[in-house]
Design a protein. Structure first.
Length: 55
């Protein structure tokens, strides 16, 4: 039961502060580069980015 409460509290905290967490993570240059490289491997995201960047 205690584990369930901790999981619910943790999930709520992550949801509530999700933008702060994302800004902190993407504020780190190495992590930002990793996530950009990872997202550019997904064809749908890559096509949309290239289309908007060079259209």
């Amino acid at each position: 039961m205690r584990r369930l409460i901790m999981l619910a509290a943790g999930s709520f905290a992550v949801y509530r502060y999700r933008y702060r967490i994302v800004n902190f993570v993407l504020g780190q240059p190495q992590l930002r580069r990793y996530f950009i490289n990872l997202s550019m491997r997904i064809p749908f995201i890559r096509d949309r980015f290239v289309n908007r960047a060079f259209h």
